[in-house]
Design a protein around this ligand. Structure first.
Ligand SMILES: [Zn+2]
Length: 283
C-alpha cells in the first residue's frame, strides 16, 4: 500500500463508493432497510454510511461545458456559479435516489461560485434529498472553512494578517498556506470558523483535515511532538481534531464529523519510520 499515490487511493475510494451503491439492491434504499420481495430475513448491510468525496472543480455532471476538469486537487475553479449549482444539485439528486448518505465538498465556499449564498442553496437541495452535505474544512491548511475569497474565515487571509502565525519549515521559513497548530490563536481561529460555518449553513457535517503537505517545524511543535512525523502528523491531528469537534458539536450536536487520518491510524511503536500517505497494515 505504501506505493499508492493519493490519486490511486481516491480512485479506489470512488470505486468502493460505487460498489456500495451496487450492493444496496437498487435505488432509494437507505438507512439499513435492505429487505425486498423474497429476500428473507432482514440483513444489516456491512457498510453503514456511504459518502462521496469531491472537489468542486472536478465535479462535473453537465458534460461538454467550458471549464471542465477531470483530475487534481486544490485547483482553481473554472466553471462559474450556475454550473456549480447545477452540477451539485444533480449530484445530490442522484445521491438521494441511490443510497448515498453524504457528499463531502472541498471548495464549498469560494467567492467565484457564489460563496455563502450558493452553499445555502445546496444545503436546501441536500435536505430535500435526505443527503448530508459535508463541508471539507482544513484546520491548519487547505484554506480553512472559507476556501477562497475575501472572508474573515479564510485561513489564507488570517495568515496574511498575522504573519507570525504561519507554520515554519525546517529552515525556519514560512510554510506557505499552513498555520502552526501549536499556536493558540490558530486553534481559536479554527474553532471560531467552524462555529460561524454551522451558524450560517444547515450542513450535515464536516470532513476535517490538518494537512498532508508538510508539518510545522517551529520550536513549539518540535517540543510538543513525541513521535516522528512525515508530511502529516497524528499528534497534530490529536491536538486539533478535539478542538474542531468540540466547536462543531456545540453548534450542531448531530453533525457528522469525518476525521481524515491519511494512513491507518495505528500508534507507531519501535524504530519504524513514521507512516506516509496511504501506508496501512492488514486488518
Ligand atoms: Zn509550530
Amino acid at each position: 500500500m505504501g506505493a499508492l499515490s493519493r490519486r490511486d487511493l481516491l480512485r479506489i475510494s470512488a470505486a468502493g463508493a460505487l460498489g456500495a451503491v451496487a450492493a444496496a439492491q437498487g435505488p432509494a434504499l437507505k438507512g439499513g432497510d435492505k429487505t425486498g420481495p423474497g429476500s428473507g430475513p432482514a440483513m444489516k448491510p456491512p457498510i453503514r454510511a456511504r459518502m462521496f468525496w469531491t472537489w468542486d472543480h472536478s465535479t462535473e455532471w453537465a458534460l461538454n461545458r467550458p471549464g471542465a476538469q477531470t483530475y487534481g486537487a486544490a485547483n482553481t475553479y473554472t466553471r462559474g456559479n450556475d454550473l456549480f449549482l447545477q452540477d451539485y444539485t444533480n449530484l445530490l439528486h442522484w445521491c438521494g435516489r441511490h443510497g448515498i448518505d453524504a457528499v463531502v465538498v472541498w471548495g464549498l465556499l469560494r467567492d467565484c461560485h457564489g460563496g455563502l449564498q450558493s452553499a445555502k442553496r445546496l444545503c436546501e437541495v441536500a435536505a430535500r434529498e435526505n443527503v448530508r452535505l459535508l463541508c471539507g474544512a482544513g484546520l491548519n491548511s487547505y484554506g480553512g472553512v472559507y476556501y477562497e475569497g475575501d472572508s474573515p474565515y479564510s485561513l489564507e487571509r488570517h495568515l496574511q494578517a498575522h504573519g507570525e502565525l504561519y507554520a515554519l519549515n525546517a529552515a525556519g521559513g514560512k510554510l506557505p498556506h499552513h498555520a502552526c497548530p501549536s499556536r493558540r490563536e490558530n486553534q481559536q481561529f479554527a474553532a471560531g470558523s467552524l462555529q460561524w460555518l454551522f451558524k450560517n449553513l444547515s450542513l450535515g457535517g464536516v470532513q476535517i483535515e490538518t494537512g498532508d503537505c508538510g508539518v510545522c517545524q517551529c520550536k513549539l511543535c518540535r517540543e510538543r511532538r513525541k513521535h516522528p512525523a512525515t508530511a502529516f502528523s497524528w499528534e497534530d491531528m490529536a491536538l486539533m481534531y478535539p478542538v474542531a469537534a468540540g466547536a462543531v458539536r456545540a453548534a450542531s450536536p448531530d453533525a457528522w464529523i469525518v476525521c481524515e487520518t491519511y494512513s491507518n491510524p495505528e500508534p507507531q511503536r519501535g524504530p519504524e519510520k513514521a507512516p506516509g500517505f496511504g501506508d496501512s497494515r492488514p486488518w
